[in-house]
Design a protein around this ligand. Structure first.
Ligand code: MRU
Length: 334
């Protein structure tokens, strides 16, 4: 199904599908420098942990290509500012920092500016290829968990748009359908920005997977009524003990799944696992603009002058997670 290329390197610029305009408009935009890439990540034109990592890698490489100096020390000074700017766009997804760290290591090793520029582009392309390959494997391993006739509940958007490959949780679901299993999907709308209602429905429709859209607050009802066989979501960062940050609302679904004895799986590539942090307490949760809560599709739905909370992610403790679907297989713990 993946004819759409959510992120595409064009040699001297980056093309992305603008996810903020979907599903009404399938519009592609070209990003000519790292400032535009940083803005696109911040504003969620490109979003989803693996896709953020890929865009960040290309953004840093793009910034490096534009450095107008042959002096390696001067190049490295400017390079560091570019990489820091991209790394500061969003705090939660591990993939963003993984990409910056990998490119920084390449920049540190290069012997001259031309070699550095070539190696940085090559590393960004490698990260992109690896994410595509990881999601192919995740889809295949994970599909084995879904039986003919199952209903799968998912949250947020974890498909090709979010990964540049086949998707994590959604890749698993689409693969199970592709294998001929008669499945049903319940997808939450995922307030405040409705990644589920806008993007997951768009991707499921394209893949011809039967689904129904529900509001976030309906998830508990469907889990209790025994109308869900398993839950699969993606992740933005996974600590060593398996505590997992994902889109706000994931924690509630995981607790309700446990209460109703429904298995709850996380699908994520190794680039989302953060070996440097012991538990979810160390994960920085992004707080986004109040407008995202007070407005829906650009229209104000709450009174002016009120206090708003808008954490973009929550952390699900490892004890609620039945297993992790990764590119190396399915395992019980992180
Ligand atoms: O704020 P977003 O839309 O970037 O959040 C995305 C999510 O939380 C996804 O579930 C997660 O990145 C997994 S993507 C395969």
């Amino acid at each position: 199904m993946n004819e759409t290329k959510p992120v595409e390197w064009l040699g001297d610029r980056l093309m992305i599908i603008d996810q903020t305009r979907l599903p009404q408009h399938e519009s592609y935009i070209e990003l000519a420098d790292h400032y535009q890439v940083a803005e696109a990540i911040k504003s969620l034109k490109v979003r989803g942990a693996p896709a953020i990592g890929v865009a960040a890698a290309y953004g840093i490489a793009l910034g490096a290509l534009k450095i107008d100096s042959r002096d390696l020390t001067e190049f490295r000074d400017q390079y560091r500012a570019i990489a820091a700017e991209i790394a500061a766009t969003r705090p939660t997804a591990r993939n963003l920092f993984m990409a910056a760290e990998r490119l920084n290591a390449v920049a540190d090793k290069a012997r001259d500016v031309i070699a550095a520029k070539e190696a940085l582009v090559a590393e960004a392309e490698k990260i992109h290829c690896e994410e595509i390959e990881s999601t192919r494997r995740i889809a295949e391993y994970g599909a084995a968990l879904i039986k003919d006739g199952d209903t799968v509940l998912t949250h947020c958007n974890t498909g090709p748009l979010a990964t540049t490959g086949r998707g994590t949780a959604l890749g698993v679901i689409i693969e199970a359908h592709r294998q001929g299993k008669r499945i049903q999907v319940l997808t939450t709308e995922t307030r405040p920005l409705c990644q589920g209602a806008r993007l997951t429905t768009w991707e499921l429709k394209k893949a011809h997977v039967p689904f129904r859209l529900i509001t976030d607050s309906m998830a508990g009802h469907f889990l209790k009524e025994a109308r869900v066989d398993l839950v699969i979501t993606g992740a933005d960062r996974i600590a060593r003990n398996g505590d997992t940050a994902n889109k706000i609302g994931t924690y509630g679904i995981a607790v309700l799944a446990r209460e109703n004895k429904v298995p709850f799986y996380i699908a994520a590539p190794s680039t989302t696992f953060d070996d440097r942090i012991a538990t979810g307490e160390e994960i920085v949760i992004e707080e986004r603009s109040p407008d995202e809560v007070t407005h829906q599709a650009g229209k104000r739905v709450a009174p002016e002058g009120i206090e708003v909370c808008n954490p973009a992610f929550d952390v699900t403790p490892a004890r609620y997670i039945t297993g992790f679907i990764t590119e190396t297989g399915i395992r019980k713990s992180a």
